[in-house]
Unconditional design. Structure first.
Length: 158
């Protein structure tokens, strides 16, 4: 299952070219996330003040902005950008947008990031990163436990 997660930035004036994060929620990622959520819940029973845990990760395929278009990118990239923006705007208020398997992010829309982390919360996971050459973080919306559990089940074959 491929999802786009909406981004919030710790810098009120910039998102570093990161409006969305693209994540492939594989059975492996879902199983790891659910184990980490279970571990956090166990820790929370011992220390109720624990709120979330962080771990270094690279599960986000890319951080991107469908509204950034390079003038020399060409008509094909421009058409792909418009299709991406339309697809993402359909779920305008959703933090997590499930994408079709054919969804592609043109390279001109991808933002370079570093210091990627998975944030484990009691009922969901999220991700954070620092856009390259900046000094602020961007944070994704949450992938809830129900979506992680659904990703464990392989899709039915037709």
């Amino acid at each position: 299952m491929r999802v786009a997660l909406r981004i919030s930035s710790s810098n009120e004036h910039s998102d570093g070219g990161c409006e969305f994060a693209l994540v492939e929620v594989t059975p492996e990622l879902a199983a790891l996330a659910l184990r980490r959520i279970a571990a956090l819940r166990a820790q929370k029973s011992v220390d109720p003040e624990i709120d979330e845990t962080y771990s270094w990760t690279s599960y986000v395929e890319c951080y991107f902005s469908p509204s950034i278009a390079q003038e020399d990118a060409g008509a094909e990239a421009e058409a792909a950008c418009l299709a991406a923006a339309e697809s993402l705007c359909e779920g305008e208020d959703d933090e997590v947008i499930e994408l079709s398997g054919s969804f592609q992010v043109p390279s001109s829309q991808i933002a370079a990031v570093e210091c990627q982390q998975m944030i484990v919360r009691q009922d969901a996971i999220a991700f954070s990163a620092i856009p390259k050459h900046t000094s602020f973080y961007v944070h994704t919306g949450e992938i809830p436990v129900a979506m992680l559990e659904a990703a464990l089940v392989p899709p039915a074959r037709a």
